[in-house]
Design a protein around this ligand. Structure first.
Ligand code: E4P
Length: 218
């Protein structure tokens, strides 16, 4: 399973990269706005900076909702770096754009996915990645992990090449469940990735080993 970090914050991306387990980055317009990145030139420069840190797939989202606009944006974004993956919303025009871009060899990430039916359409159109939003499904009392299971089953039966990129992750436990039920990639905030490290028995055990070593050296 690949690990992506879900942020546009360069310090957090560097920290995740330094861990040695980072495969890519996902961003969205809300995450870019959170970093205060404004204007096309600054946005493009920021994506270029992210690509140079991560040296892996970096999702950059279009803000157009019509086919022509999405294609124009996608083709411009793709010039930034070979690592750029163009994020396209799961709407009718988006499916047309994914089909067009996949035939042009431009990588895509179909975003805002909330059902297995949407997942089938994206795979048929040739999306590189599919982003089901686990946390937002749970926010409305449905089950995001059930969505991952259903999509993983459909993709396996149909032998689709599109990779399931579990998004909208809110906890380390959700990372484990996505891994268990067939996500190819999990994108999560840095604190959820770091949360995987934590176990009280590790802390207690390490303290005991170090204390015993110190005592033996007296
Ligand atoms: C990433 O691809 C998604 O845009 C992101 O995970 C959404 O997360 P959120 O639901 O916490 O905003």
């Amino acid at each position: 399973m690949k690990f992506f970090v879900d942020t546009a914050n360069l310090a957090q991306i560097k920290e995740a990269k330094d861990l040695g387990i980072l495969d890519g980055v996902t961003t969205n317009p809300s995450l870019m706005a959170k970093e205060g990145i404004k204007g096309k030139n600054n946005i493009f420069k920021h994506y270029a900076d992210i690509c140079s840190i991560v040296e892996g797939d970096v999702s950059a989202e279009v803000i157009s909702v019509d086919f022509e606009g999405m294609i124009k944006e996608a083709e411009e974004l793709a010039t930034i770096s070979p690592y750029i993956v163009v994020k396209i919303p799961m709407i009718k025009e988006g499916i047309k754009a994914i089909k067009y871009l996949s035939e042009k060899g431009i990588k895509t990430n179909c975003t805002l996915v909330f059902s297995a039916g949407q997942a089938i359409l994206a795979a048929k159109a040739g999306a590189t990645y599919l982003s089901p939003f686990i946390g937002r499904v749970n926010d409305i009392t449905w089950d995001g992990i059930e969505l991952i299971k259903e999509i993983a089953e459909v993709y396996s039966v149909q032998m689709f090449d599109t990779e399931i990129l579990a998004a909208s992750i809110r906890s380390p436990r959700q990372i484990v469940e996505c891994a268990k039920y067939g996500a190819d990639v999990v994108t999560s905030p840095l604190n959820s990735i770091l949360g995987l490290l934590r176990h009280p028995l590790t802390d207690v055990g390490l303290e005991k080993f170090l204390q015993d070593y110190r005592n033996s050296q007296k």
